[in-house]
Design a protein around this ligand. Structure first.
Ligand SMILES: Nc1ncnc2c1ncn2[C@@H]1O[C@H](COP(=O)(O)OP(=O)(O)O)[C@@H](O)[C@H]1O
Ligand SMILES: [Mg+2]
Length: 269
């Protein structure tokens, strides 16, 4: 544990102290007159989403509507609070699995995508149990782990949803991802992606806090975290422990109480 803390301190120090090891992605396309950033975004391979698959996975924010409204409110609150603080990197985590982290992260990303003046990047870092590829209905050819290790360029791995959302997904579960999440190389790759693609917001779909050290290892790389708890499943002491742990490493932006059953409505049905 002491070793982990020392590594975390070192990594945090170097995040604030040194310049990232910039790796310039190849620009494969670009119309004249476009800025370099526009050309880089346009060059990402497009991902066409399948409406029934989105619906099956409760992704409801592609278009405005009743179902999208709670996520739209969350999106706006999160974005304004982050902008006020000058924060760009948002972690989504929870005390235990199956709380709705990935559902929330993907809905936020798709909702942000409707804001045409904003660019967002979502990264699936729940490396032991990745699911963003299922929610978006596509398994990438290479995994986000290959991007973080520097083996593959983000430009060649990430996919673009519409014009302004990029997603980097895991392919298969990784049995021992803590090293990747803790590594200084990973921090540098993320710095480099941010510096190159200049997103307004980066969303990190992280693992749950109470099951292993993965999230603790990574939180040094984010500005703030949203905690997703599941009604009638997450216990108060789990939430309390999780919140304290997160607050040791980053700013707690807020808590999403997911899957609340509207008792008045369910009684009348
Ligand atoms: N509000 C909700 N109501 C009902 N089911 C939900 C809700 N949010 C998520 N789920 C479902 O719960 C399961 C776990 O959600 P997921 O987002 O994958 O959780 P996590 O990423 O925290 O493990 C999925 O089958 C998802 O469709
Ligand atoms: Mg998940």
């Amino acid at each position: 544990m002491e070793k982990l803390q020392a590594a975390l301190d070192k990594a945090r120090e170097s995040r604030t102290g040194t310049a990232p090891r910039a790796k310039t992605p190849k620009v494969r396309a670009g119309k004249p007159g476009q800025s370099e950033r526009d050309a880089l975004w346009a060059a990402l391979k497009p991902l066409d989403l399948d409406a029934p698959n989105l619906e099956m996975h409760r992704l409801v924010t592609r278009e405005a509507g009743l179902a999208a409204t709670p996520f739209d409110i969350l999106r706006t609150k999160v974005f304004l609070q982050m902008r006020q603080n000058g924060w760009k990197r948002l972690a989504i985590t929870s005390p235990m699995p199956n709380s709705g982290k990935s559902t929330t992260a993907c809905n936020l990303a798709l909702g942000l995508g409707r804001q045409k003046d904003l660019r967002s990047i979502i990264l699936d870092l729940d490396l032991r149990s990745p699911s963003v590829h299922e929610l978006f209905g596509t398994k990438p050819e290479r995994s986000i782990g290959d991007v973080l290790s520097g083996e593959v360029d983000f430009a060649d791995q990430a996919l673009r949803i519409g014009d302004n959302v990029a997603v980097s997904m895991a392919r298969d579960p990784d049995k021992d991802p803590t090293r990747t999440l803790l590594s200084e190389g990973t921090a540098e790759v993320i710095e480099s992606i941010e510096a190159t693609y200049k997103p307004d917001i980066m969303i990190f779909d992280l693992p749950s806090v109470l099951v292993n050290d993965d999230t603790r290892a990574f939180l040094k790389n984010v500005d703030c975290a949203l905690i997703v708890v599941r009604a009638n499943a997450t216990r108060y002491n789990q939430f309390d422990t999780c919140e304290r742990e997160i607050a040791e490493h980053t700013n707690v932006l807020g808590v999403v109480l997911n899957a609340v059953v509207d008792s008045a409505r369910s009684k009348s049905e």
